[in-house]
Design a protein. Structure first.
Length: 376
């Protein structure tokens, strides 16, 4: 479990859960799912002391569920967002559920890029001055954003307004909802970064499928890829629905009285729409990859069918060349006593010459009509 105190001047990581809410800023309590389950009573007691209420039992079950799809729910005191993050080797860490959650789905056994994709839910409980997040074990997204927060904070003892510090242009989250949207946006960026690798893998498969002389096609991996892309499409659809529900809930919030509060609410809406736009880009790309995969399969069968047609056309033309030759050979093979050219000394050469002329003429005719030409 990691606890952070975030305010306008920076962010500090605390070692223990505080007993009261700080005068400025807000708290971020980020814990792994096993730690949340083991210390549930302590966390509920801290929420009661800090925010004046505890999590609903159904929401606790949602946060502990490692198979829950992305969704949004709310109460009169807090909002709950569950968002499935992407775990891959590019993000580091172990895939969600690999060792900590036995109920989590196993890793795929498909193509190299899709084999490293796994998803697991991250829960966000958004209070007025507190954000509780429940992550999988060794969550790289949490650690990455925590490192970004600490790097953006000014050194202890130096003046700062949240815009200075070691990271130029960095700005501290203004509220727990703002922090939640930033973490969600970091998760969505993981999906966006995956597009290039997915596109490269599927382009390689398309080139292999479109080779007319390809003897081996890994249909098992191709089927795994289509299933994985379809599952990824469903996950992104759930994400889009959850974020859209969050945006609809933002519209029902009472407008603040101060200009600063109005600006903060407007920034929340802008950031929420930006996250939704990123998710829609991922959905569009995944669907385009699905269509490309299906198109590649259909083009592969079209190429194979065209190659078969070329072979049959060539064989038919060759058969047509030998048909008159067989006819001549059959005529001279009849058991009649009187057949022209049979009893002549040069009859054999006349027959062979006529057969050669007919064969050459037919080959030239078929070549001119491109019956024997190789199609490209």
């Amino acid at each position: 479990m990691r606890i952070f105190h975030i305010h306008g001047g920076g962010a500090q990581e605390l070692t223990v859960l505080p007993h009261r809410m700080p005068e400025q800023g807000f708290l971020w309590i980020a814990c792994a799912r096993p730690a949340f389950q083991a210390r549930l009573a302590e966390i509920q007691g801290s929420l009661q002391a800090l925010a004046g209420l505890q999590l609903v039992d159904l929401h606790v079950s949602d946060l502990l569920n490692a198979q829950l799809p992305s969704h949004y729910d709310y109460t009169s005191q807090y909002d709950l967002l569950v968002f499935r993050r992407l775990a891959s080797s590019a993000q580091g860490g172990t895939p969600d559920g690999a060792a900590a959650d036995p109920a989590a789905p196993l890793k795929r056994s498909g193509p190299p890029v899709l084999r490293r994709i796994d998803t697991s839910p991250v829960g966000f409980a958004v209070f007025d001055q507190l954000l509780l997040t429940v992550h999988p074990s060794d969550c790289a997204v949490r650690d990455a954003y925590a490192a970004r927060l600490l790097a953006a904070a000014p050194p202890p003892g130096s003046p700062g307004d949240g815009r200075g510090g070691p990271t130029p242009g960095a700005r501290m989250p203004a509220s727990p909802a703002d922090l939640m949207l930033r973490v969600v946006n970091l998760m969505v960026d993981g999906y966006l970064d995956l597009r290039r690798e997915l596109t490269r893998q599927l382009d390689h498969w398309q080139n292999e499928l479109l080779k007319p002389r390809a003897r081996y096609v890994n249909w098992t991996s191709l089927l795994e890829a289509r299933l994985s892309l379809h599952q990824l499409d469903e996950i992104c659809e759930d994400q889009r629905t959850a974020v859209q529900d969050w945006i609809d809930a933002l519209e029902t919030w009472a407008p603040p009285d101060s200009p600063a509060g109005l600006r903060e609410l407007d920034l929340l809406k802008v950031r929420s729409r930006d996250v939704l736009e990123h998710i829609e880009r991922v959905v569009h790309h995944v669907r385009r990859l699905e269509q490309s995969t299906e198109t590649a399969v259909q083009m592969h069968f079209s190429v194979q069918s065209n190659r078969t047609n070329d072979i049959m056309r060539t064989l038919t033309a060759l058969t047509a060349v030998f048909l008159p030759l067989n006819l001549i050979a059959g005529i001279f093979g009849m058991n009649f006593e009187f057949i022209p050219l049979v009893h002549k000394a040069d009859g054999f050469w006349w027959a062979m010459g006529s057969m050669a002329v007919i064969a050459v003429a037919l080959v030239l005719l078929f070549w001119r009509k491109r019956y024997l030409a190789r199609s490209r």
